[in-house]
Design a protein around this ligand. Structure first.
Ligand SMILES: *Cc1c(COP(=O)(O)O)cnc(C)c1O
Length: 433
């Protein structure tokens, strides 16, 4: 990296006017102990910072950029749409088309409500579950993230995990008390919570492939068991597919594993890089929403034409070209190379992967839940992050975020990443950096 002069200047200006200099905590690079770079532009698999440095990017906007940055067809669609007006506070044809497309790809998605973020999708899903069951409590898993609504900021993974704060300030204890926390991949802890509060639990909410404590894969059969326990106890199963939806297959990864969720949350990819979220489910639950039913939910920019058009174009490209086997092959190539690099350099660690989502944990030999993720070596991770950055590779600045691959990542990019990782891990072993 040649210089960080402009990024540093921007960081100082930002620090004066923006809390922590960022509009979302992980961007502040706190876990890796440095001031972040500011980004000017992105194209395909690369981003360019304000000093003109170019990086191969594995953040990919934390998921939406599955086609790489500034995909020409998506940009053209947005540009065309922008000329037609940015939103009308009235329904549009595009919203119908996106709802139909989502519904055609996800069996349980009989009806779809669009919102502007995954957070909103989460709070709407919980409100619906509480209305449908008449019950107050929710079971979530330690390390899963469902947006920053009050009741979901308990053991929330990701940003909260990175900052080492299990819970957020400003959440009344009475609200937090309605959220019960189970251990990922532990059906016993879920059973225990149902026993402790029978007939009080409205829903179990889960990331069917967890990606906010680093990537953590569900044990075979564990989601099926979860659905059964929830239903046996009169509770709903909410699958949060804000990351996994349309990333691991064209639709829902839970459904691809044979699970039938009662509600699905979507976001990220379905907005093609623009702000979006969605809740989807059977008509009997979704029609509880206003204006049909008693559950209020609204949004000035919900279903806005730019987000919807960008999402439609992205989903159409994904569907036409069936890009999922290529994404999976790219993920497998990276995983194999990183595993090999760990082995060759003698660094302890493991590489968890689902399709084009991947995390290399430094330290633990396996990670099946948040406690195991927390045994990672954060000092080694920070050094590894900076060594990668110096090689021109931008990975997420936290051990607890997934690396995201896009269809723009070529084999040569992946091989360059593996070589850089190998050198960076070697420098950890020898203490040089
Ligand atoms: C990103 C994310 C959210 C929140 O979405 P925002 O658009 O950031 O509000 C919710 N759930 C999961 C699984 C996510 O990864």
């Amino acid at each position: 990296m040649t210089s960080r002069k402009k990024s540093d200047e921007l960081f100082h200006r930002a620090s004066v006017k923006i809390p922590g200099a960022v509009n979302s905590p992980v961007r502040a690079w706190k876990a890796v102990g440095a001031a972040p770079i500011f980004i000017e532009s992105g194209s395909g698999a690369t981003i360019t910072d304000s000093d003109g440095n170019i990086f191969l990017d594995y953040v990919c906007s934390y998921g939406p950029a599955i086609l790489g940055h500034a995909h020409p067809r998506v940009i053209q669609a947005i540009a065309e749409q922008a000329r037609l007006g940015l939103g009308f506070g009235a329904p549009t044809r595009l919203e119908v088309e996106l709802a139909e497309l989502i519904s055609s790809a996800i069996e349980c998605a009989q009806k779809v409500r669009l919102v502007s973020s995954g957070t909103e999708a989460g709070l709407t899903a919980l409100r619906l579950a509480r209305a449908a069951t008449g019950r107050p409590n929710i079971i979530k898993f330690d390390g899963c993230y469902h947006g920053h609504s009050d009741s979901m900021l308990v053991r929330a993974g990701s940003g909260a995990m990175t900052l080492g704060q299990p819970d957020s300030g400003g959440v009344p204890s009475a609200v937090a008390a309605m959220t019960m926390v189970a251990r990922y991949n532990s059906i016993e802890t879920v059973e225990g919570l149902f026993r402790a509060a029978p007939e009080k639990i409205a829903a179990v909410i889960v990331e069917p492939v967890a990606a906010n404590m680093g990537v953590v894969i569900p044990d075979p059969g564990s989601l099926k068991a979860l659905a059964e326990i929830a239903h046996a106890n009169g509770a709903l199963l909410i699958c949060d597919e804000v990351i996994s939806g349309f990333r691991l297959c064209f639709g829902s990864v839970a459904e691809s594993m044979g699970i039938a969720p009662d509600l699905i949350m979507l976001g990220k990819i379905i907005g093609g890089g623009m702000p979006v979220g969605a809740v989807a489910g059977p008509a009997r639950i979704m029609d509880l929403l206003a204006p049909v039913g008693p559950v209020y939910q609204a949004g000035t920019l919900s279903g806005n034409p730019l987000s919807v058009r960008a999402g439609l174009e992205t989903l159409r490209i994904l569907k036409e070209s069936n890009l999922y086997s290529a994404l999976d092959a790219a993920g497998a190539r990276l995983q194999a190379g990183l595993r090999d690099a760990l082995k060759k350099t003698g660094q302890p660690g493991c590489v968890n992967r689902a399709g084009s989502l991947l995390t290399m944990f430094l330290g633990p030999e396996r990670v099946r839940d948040a406690d195991e993720a927390r045994t990672s070596n954060s000092v080694s991770f920070a050094k590894f992050f900076h060594a990668m950055l110096a090689s021109g590779i931008n990975i997420p600045p936290s051990q607890f975020e997934a690396m995201f691959l896009s269809t723009a990542h070529a084999n040569a990019d992946i091989d360059r990443t593996i070589a850089a990782a190998s050198d960076s891990l070697h420098a950890l072993t020898t203490g040089k950096s």
